[in-house]
Write a protein that binds this ligand. Structure first.
Ligand code: NAP
Length: 325
């Protein structure tokens, strides 16, 4: 049996792995089969991660984090968790391959998943003009007219990046002011290829086999109109990935995993959580990395206390005072 399993391979998971590996806990990192490295694998230049004054490519940063964790003894497996059993003192993790791993402690750092608009056409035309990843799919829209939905940093980043390919980019936002940081806004405003469509919601995506346009509904007076385009990039935020644990760990009203104060301790002893999956507010690579550090230190203390006591970890139902949310 292992001491520690880390689920997730974004900045939180790998930073937790670096700390845990340096503490000689020999953590297993379950990195996912298709999304290893997390969200930064889908981004280009990261300009705000400290230590890189010239910026760093997202995938390069994640490769370096992985190498750093492995250098100290972390083991990385490219597989998905299909089932988790957290209730007992031994945490059981079932992988897609059927392999079952057990550990005394577990760090859950699964990040967040792209949010969907939830309208007709979105699923049907996914991969046929509807995308959530400009760096993955931008290339297919050379000299096309496309739109990005959203008003946050992601939408500004995607729109600006897509100007490399598309001839015209609408940014469709439901309000008349952006949520994005000033620097990202200004960059988008200064780009001639980008036109803002304010106070508008995308209420339908048009096209049979490929996107031909969208229906817009005014959030001010409810009037509708159609906009012709060939691609739609959805960048309206993310939701924490909690489907594996929503019936085993307490969640907050925002849908993130509940943790005790500034710690990473969840409602189940021996289970710690870090990164976007506990953070409804900041969700930066550097805050996720810091959160991974907290989780590794908490797990280390938990395991050290187990060693000292020489007893198995308490089961969840033996702990009083769990939060009622
Ligand atoms: P976000 O900040 O939550 O912004 C989401 C945007 O989508 C908001 O403008 C929101 O509108 C809009 N929206 C949400 N649900 C919608 C819906 N159902 N229909 C239409 N519009 C909807 O998410 P984000 O832009 O993905 O950024 C997430 C975090 O990552 C932020 O902390 C951000 O700073 C960070 N980030 C940083 C960088 C960078 O620094 N380079 C790049 C990307 C992301 P309202 O404004 O009306 O709520």
């Amino acid at each position: 049996m292992r001491q520690l399993i880390i689920i997730g391979s974004g900045p939180a998971g790998y930073t937790a792995a670096i700390y845990a590996a340096r503490a000689n806990l020999k953590p297993l990192v379950v990195a996912s089969s298709v999304e290893a490295g997390g969200e930064l694998m889908n981004t280009t230049e990261v300009e705000n991660f400290p230590g890189f004054p010239e910026g760093v490519q997202g995938p390069d940063l994640m490769t370096k984090m992985q190498e750093q964790a492995e250098r100290f003894g972390a083991e990385v497996v490219y597989d998905d968790v299909t089932a988790l059993d957290l209730a007992g003192s031994v945490k059981r993790v079932t992988l897609g391959s059927g392999r079952v791993e057990e550990a005394d402690a577990l760090i859950f750092a699964t990040g967040s998943a792209y949010r969907k608009i939830g309208i007709a056409g979105e699923e049907r035309l996914s991969g046929r003009g509807v995308s959530w990843c400009a760096t993955c799919d931008g290339f297919f829209f050379r000299e096309r007219t496309i739109a990005v939905v959203g008003g946050g940093d992601s939408a500004m980043e995607e729109a600006t990046f897509l100007t490399r390919f598309a001839s015209k980019i609408y940014v469709i936002h439901r309000r008349d002011e952006l949520r994005a940081s000033k620097i990202m806004q200004e960059r988008a405003f200064a780009n001639d290829k980008i036109e803002f469509v304010w106070n508008s919601a995308v209420t339908d995506i048009l096209g049979e086999d490929a996107v031909t346009g969208v229906q817009l509904t005014s959030t001010v007076d409810g009037s509708t109109r159609e906009l012709e385009l060939q691609g739609l990039f959805v960048a309206i935020g993310n939701d924490p990935r909690t489907h594996l644990v929503h019936d085993q760990l307490e969640l907050t009203a925002e849908g993130t995993i509940w943790v005790d104060g500034r710690s990473s301790r969840t409602s189940v002893p021996g289970v710690f959580a870090a990164g976007d999956v506990i953070d409804p507010t900041y969700r930066q690579a550097v805050t996720a990395a810091a959160s991974g550090t907290v989780a590794a230190l908490d797990a280390e203390h938990f395991l050290a206390a187990l060693d000292e006591a020489g007893t198995p970890a308490p089961d969840a139902d033996q702990i009083e005072g769990l939060p009622v949310l």
